[in-house]
Design a protein around this ligand. Structure first.
Ligand code: GLN
Length: 312
């Protein structure tokens, strides 16, 4: 059986099992526009190194990528500023919730990593140094569209507006960063841009295509250096699931980034990229069934980064 058929048969049964699960987690209702998403949706798409793409369930339904956009902004910032970005944000996992301000207070405005909200707000601020919010958002969208070779990627402005109106914790983080001297632009400009890139909508099929660049199974669409790609994957492994990152590495063992829209982008270097979406979240804000599906898939296909044996 060739690899695509083998993967197809394994993943088909995983998706089937996931769709039958009764406990699906809770949708992110703290963002008003996401509160009424149907939790029964489930999509999964995989791109293999041989060029095949396999898609299952609701893989063609656009969803709010939320924090997965932090991978886009960090990739652009690394390309533009290189290692200078690390003067403003750390590279260590955090034991606090993703929107915590505790470490900012303790570390004098230096966020622990670029995937917690404070770190992503700083990265967004860095990108704004050379452009307006509109230009910066256009650059982020261009980056995603180029990577996917698809212009049908948009920002849901109702989602962004609902976060602008209700995301007080993020406002607190931005003001704290500004007070500590780690934000160059006004909080309104930075958070307006941040909330809008979080509100990008993509399908699992599009996200998996994007993931090919990070898994380095297709390096033509956008330029990401080998070093920066390794940097991004290391951070996805150690910080991509917030306080659930250690458990995710333990159970799944694949570098991956989650978002509170219920999506997860996982990249198996040189082998595959996987996007999964199920809107119900676990206690850390990561997709409950998305994580479960990736755990089963990683075990069945031996795709953990820590596996010493690889099936043919
Ligand atoms: N926009 C969301 C927030 O700032 C992103 C959080 C997430 O996806 N973990 O709260």
């Amino acid at each position: 059986m060739d690899e695509a058929n083998y993967v197809q048969s394994i993943v088909e049964s995983i998706v089937h099992r996931m769709r039958d699960q009764k406990v699906k987690g809770d949708v992110a209702d703290y963002i008003p526009e996401l509160a009424h998403i149907n939790p029964n949706q489930f999509g999964l798409s995989i791109c293999l190194a041989n060029g095949c793409q396999l898609s299952f369930g609701d893989s063609d339904v656009p969803f709010s990528i939320q924090s997965i956009s932090k991978v886009f902004t960090l990739a652009i910032a690394l390309g533009r500023f290189g290692d200078a970005i690390w003067q403003r944000v750390g590279r260590e996992p955090s034991s606090h919730v993703y929107n915590s301000g505790q470490e900012l207070e303790e570390k004098n405005g230096h966020p622990p990593n670029p995937f917690v909200n404070a770190g992503a707000i700083v990265t967004t601020d860095a990108l704004l140094v050379s452009g307006t919010p509109k230009e910066t958002l256009a650059e982020i969208l261009h980056f995603a569209r180029l990577a996917v070779s698809d212009n049908e990627i948009y920002i849901n402005s109702a989602v962004a507006k609902s976060e602008i109106a209700t995301g007080h914790q993020n406002w607190a983080l931005a003001h704290m960063l500004r007070a500590k001297g780690n934000l160059c632009n006004d909080c309104e400009l930075v958070l307006g841009t941040y909330f809008h890139h979080c509100a990008i909508e993509m399908t699992c099929e599009q996200l998996a295509l994007f993931g090919r660049c990070l898994a380095r199974i297709d390096t033509k669409a956008i330029h990401l250096s080998e070093t920066h790609t390794q940097n991004l994957l290391a951070l996805m492994m150690t910080c991509g699931h917030y306080q659930g990152s250690g458990e995710f590495a333990f159970q799944v063992g694949i570098p991956a980034k989650s978002g509170v829209g219920g999506g997860i982008l996982a990249c198996v270097p040189g082998r595959a990229s996987i996007a999964v979406w199920s809107p119900g979240l676990n206690q850390h804000g990561n997709s409950l069934l998305g994580t479960a599906a990736l755990r089963e898939l990683s075990r069945a296909l031996n795709w953990s980064a820590f596996s010493s044996s690889r099936p043919k």
